[in-house]
Design a protein around this ligand. Structure first.
Ligand code: NAP
Length: 293
């Protein structure tokens, strides 16, 4: 039997409607949630991500303060801009689009963001809070994965979750979030990476398999347990002359093969992707709510 599709687009749409209600309630109290956006340089992928995030803000009534600065900007200029946003009470969240041009110091810039406005959840203070299970801003993509699992009613508590990938933005945080003794979590978690011996041995034991490797076909049907829930975070461009753009997007999982074995699976695109921006909106509104007391 074919797996059921986890419709990230629909789930994101429903969540955004809920967030919109929170925005309206804040506006009724005279508070408009504000997102300060910083884009350094003109990397085309970063530009399109920033544009998509700003459009999503506009659609649900979040004010976005757009700051596009040239690739030649100095570290001092970048820090001055971050500090201005830290002090600006109209800005509740600061989005520093990564990667930065090579001459700028990314970790120093992330550290300069006020943890209370760190809606990407990358500040070491917020990472630490997440690890020890305190309330904080969770990084958006892993948070989106946790929400998807909750929305389909996945039995996460007690499940064996296997995560493929240990990056600081996806693999590690999703593993930590699902490990916590908390609602929508409480799983037994294994993390695989390029140093893992016999990865298929581990992935075949997964009740829930989360894949964030950044490589097409990392997971094939023979590596998946019958009826597993499979979340594919990967986004890879594959040349495709039949498409106008000359490429199409695929995940890290062999969708066709694995969907014959899994119970649930996310498509790419339309699975995890739409959740990432949604969780950014969620964190910005949460920050505005906290600032409003
Ligand atoms: P990353 O920083 O490149 O990390 C990839 C991780 O996967 C690394 O830990 C690497 O192991 C591991 N890995 C790679 N190939 C592997 C293999 N064959 N076997 C086992 N482990 C392997 O990537 P990322 O930033 O986490 O992103 C992962 C994917 O998610 C990318 O395709 C990215 O585009 C996508 N993504 C999507 C969203 C979204 O909104 N949908 C957001 C963020 C990222 P080592 O540590 O040993 O090198």
């Amino acid at each position: 039997m074919a797996a059921k599709i986890i419709d990230g687009k629909q789930i994101a749409h429903d969540l955004r409607a809920e967030i919109r209600k929170d925005v309206d309630a804040l506006k009724a109290r005279g508070i408009t949630p504000g997102l300060g956006v910083i884009l350094v340089g003109d990397n085309p992928a970063s530009k399109s991500y920033v544009t998509a995030k700003e459009k999503a803000c506009e659609e649900i009534g979040i004010l976005s303060d757009d700051n596009r600065i040239p690739a030649t900007a100095t570290q001092a200029e970048l820090l001055a801009l971050i500090n201005r946003m830290n002090r600006d009470p109209r800005i509740h969240g600061i989005l520093l689009q990564l990667p930065l041009p090579k001459h700028l110091n990314e970790s120093e810039a992330l550290l300069a963001i006020d943890p209370a406005k760190d809606i990407d959840g990358f500040h070491p203070v917020n990472v630490g809070r997440m690890v020890i299970g305190e309330k904080t801003y969770f990084p958006c993509t892993p948070h989106g994965v946790v929400k998807l699992l909750a929305r389909i009613g996945a039995p996460v508590s007690g499940a064996h979750v296997v995560v493929v990938g240990r990056s600081n933005i996806v693999g590690k945080p999703v593993a930590i979030m699902l490990l916590q003794k908390a609602p929508d979590a409480n799983a037994t978690v294994t993390i695989c990476h390029t140093g893992t011996r016999d990865m298929a041995f581990h992935t075949r034991q997964a009740d829930i398999l989360i894949v964030a490797a950044g490589r097409p076909n990392t997971i094939t049907a023979d590596m998946v347990k019958d009826q597993a829930i499979v979340i594919d975070v990967g986004v890879n461009r594959i040349e495709d002359a039949s498409r106008k753009a000359g490429f199409r997007l695929v995940g890290d999982v062999d969708f066709e093969g694995v969907s014959r074995k899994a119970s649930w699976i996310t498509p790419v695109p339309g699975g995890v992707g739409p959740m990432t921006i949604t969780m950014l909106l969620h964190n910005t509104v949460e920050s505005a709510r906290l600032a409003a007391g």
